[in-house]
Design a protein around this ligand. Structure first.
Ligand SMILES: *Cc1c(COP(=O)(O)O)cnc(C)c1O
Length: 388
């Protein structure tokens, strides 16, 4: 392949561009009617009662934990196989993450390990399942455990738009769900996120904390009949609101969310078929009732059959002009988390093994059929070169 194929790229169309220009010409750049529209479109799309737009999923996860009452000395359970954002927000509030291991097929939270962590720890307040790659966690099991122990559930759905679990779209199942519109995610606004909840109290709290702890946001102030200069600060809140520029992109990205998912699923199916006989394991597919968002396509190399390790395989893919990545470097191997909690690599054997063998391939709707074929050809060629 002549040109390098990046690991991820957004697909931005004329509708997004026109909407952004309209917003720029209007003079209202920050949170306003475009954000309100994006929130209501999003709530409808996932079937949630309330949606709040924020400037990132990280902000959203922070607001969610704060709203359910996580504070200093509390513990929150999540997995080691995630992006650091999932765990860092727990530290923002002075609480500690309890990292657990994953299922070897889905890389999602292991319910068995969840039960074990609850039995071994005090002061647990919440559980944060991560729908890895856009495949739903076993939510019935996780929600049953949460109920049994009176714990809150906050879903990290950064990969999971659109994802369904037993026929229900992720977004209204647990206490709070948080999505990401970071540029590499399934729909993109550059930076951005969305929070959904069925709980009006959580929604009100997060809405206030999203904007400095002020009880009316700017848009309300300038459109209601109270004097526009008046506001009340009720908490030391954060600055996590979404701009109308970002929402302008989001409104039109959301309209394509299902079409984008179908294209990614098609690419995943092409890959699965092409790699079936190669020395690698293709990703687990969704349960029959579920929709997999296919944010990521993670191969696990069968290192016993290869002369090289994963890092070298990735180098050889780059020589074929194919960008790849690794999801994830487990948190317990990262200096901050490792040193603070004194983790050893073998503390999480499944995550460690998956990490050593994992390679993520490009999977995004901007890829042409030729791009998909080029990725397949490169994986086949490199596999052949390094076969024992
Ligand atoms: C990308 C990502 C986040 C953070 O999303 P931002 O919108 O960039 O803050 C959180 N969790 C997971 C699992 C992610 O992949």
């Amino acid at each position: 392949m002549k040109n390098f194929l990046p690991f991820a790229l957004p697909l931005i169309g004329e509708d997004e561009i026109t909407e952004v220009v309209d917003t720029l010409r209007s003079g209202w750049l920050t949170t306003g009617k475009k954000t309100v529209q994006f929130e209501s479109d999003f709530a409808e799309f996932v079937g949630a009662s309330h949606a709040l737009a924020v400037n990132s999923a990280t902000s959203g996860l922070h607001l969610a934990l704060e709203a359910v009452g996580v504070g200093a000395g509390d513990k929150v359970i999540t997995t080691t196989y995630t992006f650091t954002a999932t765990a860092e927000v727990i530290r923002y509030l002075g609480a500690d993450p309890i990292l657990i291991d994953i299922e070897p097929d889905t890389f999602n939270m292991s319910p068995e390990k969840l039960r074990q962590a609850i039995a071994e720890n005090d002061n647990i307040k919440a559980i944060m399942p991560v729908h890895f790659a856009g495949q739903s966690c076993d939510m019935d099991e996780i929600l049953a455990i949460a109920k049994e122990h009176d714990l809150k559930v906050i879903e990290d759905a950064a990969h999971a738009l659109p994802t369904t679990y037993k026929g229900t779209t992720i977004g209204s199942i647990s206490d709070i769900t948080v999505y990401s519109f970071y540029v590499t995610k399934t729909i993109a606004t550059g930076e951005g996120g969305m929070i959904t909840t069925e709980n009006k109290e959580y929604r009100d709290r997060m809405k206030t904390m999203r904007l400095h702890g002020i009880n009316r946001d700017v848009f309300d102030r300038y459109t209601s009949d109270k004097p526009s200069w008046f506001y009340e600060v009720v908490e030391p809140g954060y600055k996590y609101n979404m701009t109308d520029v970002a929402a302008s992109i989001g409104i039109h990205q959301l309209k394509q969310a299902n079409a984008f998912q179908q294209r990614r699923e098609w690419i995943a199916n092409q890959f699965n078929e092409a790699f079936a006989d190669l020395p690698m394991m293709t990703p687990s597919v969704a349960r029959p009732d579920d929709t997999h968002a296919w944010h990521l396509y993670v191969l696990q190399l069968d290192l016993d059959k290869l002369t090289v390790n994963r890092d070298k395989f990735i180098e050889l893919m780059a020589k074929e002009n194919i960008g790849t990545s690794v999801h994830f470097i487990p948190l317990h191997l990262q200096p901050y988390w490792r040193d603070r909690y004194n983790y050893q690599p073998e503390d999480y054997p499944v995550a460690l093994d998956v990490f050593n063998r994992a390679m993520s391939l490009p999977i995004y709707p901007k890829m042409t059929d030729d791009d998909v074929q080029n990725v397949i050809n490169a994986v086949k060629k490199v596999s052949k070169e390094v076969l024992k």
